[in-house]
Design a protein around this ligand. Structure first.
Ligand code: SF4
Ligand code: SF4
Length: 464
């Protein structure tokens, strides 16, 4: 039974973002780190396919819930292409049925790319889809964890899908997860995405796999303490059967990105980008940072003051607070029973978004880069601060390393924006700084302080 159209509830946002998972967690791959696979356990016995009745209801309510002229219809998984082209053709027919006069609908899909062929690419082109391709870098780094159900590598299939998209002129971007196998190679990963994939919109997502102490015997890889000082190992068993749909515990798998690695990775990419690619290649994290330095809305929930307007809908119509909180405690309701907009505007969801700020530890409130960081995503806030307060982000050390590293160029770019000049002018500054530093290195004595500002003697730093 479809939920009836509501009058808009008080405080309903004019727009929100919803990631739809028509296959639930079902995927044709078996990426070692995928947190969605265990979510199949939320729906035992399900076929994990969005029914046609729900599809129509979803599109209708999504459009009716928006009071802006642009609506995003975003598909994700699992692997959404498992639904087949007909499913998406029907979704477009429903959009046409309910679209309001003048409303623009933007389609996007996040896919592992392995099933993309000419028919898919022609469909994406026909309907102006933006296609997000998940790829973790050059072959060895990608294949380290992104394997199929038989454990076979997937790099060649992904690249084949990408080439088909390119041949059809489909708009695409790349999403790269950061983990043990690629995080120490920022320049190699970035150049691969820029040059081999010709991606000019690049997203990086940290892999942080938490493991409860009670479940370490179910994990298929060693685990390490999230906070330094303690290391434990676990026997191997079936990771896919783990009862881990709740995010708990102070251990992380050894596949997980370490905080400092995250900072060093972003710094490495930034140093390449700021010298040659500003204005040409869009790296999401850098754009978000620039917006925060410029005092503009950052456009990414993770580094915004509050969140709660990026929700997820499962294959059966269950609506969750966020794609990263598809857990029983964060289920808001089902859109076949309660109108979507009432769930989006519900006190539970408003509190979820406000908690991002309200639960910030004092350590964050006093932090010099809080304006850029905002404590990161609440799902990763499972460390204690140096003064013993809970709720510090696991990635804090990496955030600090990165935000301090980019402070000067970000100030300059924000200044350029204020003068209505192009941030790309920063590249001249970067080259001039390089030239001055090279001259200072050439003039430095072995026992002089290193001109890079590390505080070390030149002979122990760049003069080594
Ligand atoms: S919980 Fe994290 S990912 Fe979800 S909306 Fe909030 S900041 Fe974004
Ligand atoms: S850098 Fe660390 S202390 Fe500062 S706001 Fe971010 S998480 Fe909090």
């Amino acid at each position: 039974m479809a939920a009836s159209t509501p009058t808009l509830p008080a405080g309903a946002p004019p727009a929100f973002h919803l990631l739809a998972k028509p296959t639930g967690a079902t995927c044709n791959l078996d990426c070692a780190y995928c947190f969605f696979l265990s979510k199949e356990m939320l729906y035992p016995g399900s076929r994990f396919r969005m029914a046609d009745e729900l599809l129509e209801e979803y599109i209708r309510q999504l459009i009716e819930g928006h009071r802006v002229p642009e609506v995003a219809v975003a598909w994700q998984g699992g692997e959404p292409t498992l639904m087949g082209i007909d499913f998406f053709e029907r979704s477009i027919a429903y959009v046409e049925k309910y679209r309001k006069p003048g409303m623009q609908v933007m389609y996007s899909i996040q896919t592992n790319g392995t099933l993309i062929d000419d028919a898919w690419a022609a469909f994406f082109k026909r309907h102006d889809f933006l296609v997000g391709i998940s790829i973790d870098g050059p072959q060895a780094m990608h294949d380290a964890y992104r394997v199929d159900k038989g454990g076979q590598p997937t790099f060649d299939k992904v690249m084949r899908g990408l080439r088909v998209l390119q041949a059809h002129g489909v708009e695409y971007n790349t999403l790269t997860t950061l983990h043990h196998a690629n995080a120490d190679h920022p320049v190699e990963v970035y150049r691969f995405l820029r040059d081999e994939c010709a991606s000019n919109f690049i997203q990086f997502i940290p892999i942080i796999e938490r493991v409860p102490e009670t479940a370490i015997d179910l994990v298929d890889t060693p685990v390490v303490a999230a906070e330094p000082g303690q290391v434990s190992t676990a026997p191997w068993s079936s990771w896919r059967d783990r009862p881990l749909y709740k995010q708990e515990g102070a251990l992380v798998t050894d596949r997980s990105l370490r905080p400092e690695q995250y900072g060093d990775f972003l710094n490495g990419v930034f140093d390449e980008w700021v010298r040659r690619d500003v204005g040409r290649v869009y790296v999401q994290m850098f754009d978000v940072a620039l917006a925060n330095w410029a005092g503009e809305p950052p456009g990414l929930c993770v580094h915004s003051k509050t969140c709660g307007l990026a929700l997820a809908i499962e294959h059966n119509g269950d609506l969750y607070a966020c794609d990263h909180f598809v857990e029983p405690d964060y289920r808001l309701g089902n859109i076949l029973e309660s109108p979507m907009i009432e769930l989006v505007a519900s006190p539970q969801q408003v509190k979820f978004g406000q908690d991002k700020f309200d639960t910030l530890p004092n350590f964050c409130r006093a932090c010099d880069v809080r304006f850029a960081c905002h404590g990161g995503c609440p799902k990763d806030r499972f460390l204690t601060t140096p003064d013993g307060e809970p709720g510090l982000n696991y990635l804090c050390a990496g955030f600090k390393r990165f935000f301090h590293h980019i402070d000067e160029p970000m100030r300059i770019m924000a200044g350029l924006l204020r003068q209505q000049r192009a941030p790309a002018e920063i590249m001249r500054w970067a080259h001039e700084r390089d030239r001055r530093q090279a001259a200072a290195f050439a003039a430095a004595g072995r026992n002089d302080p290193c001109p890079c500002g590390s505080g070390k003697k030149f002979k122990h730093c760049h003069g080594r």
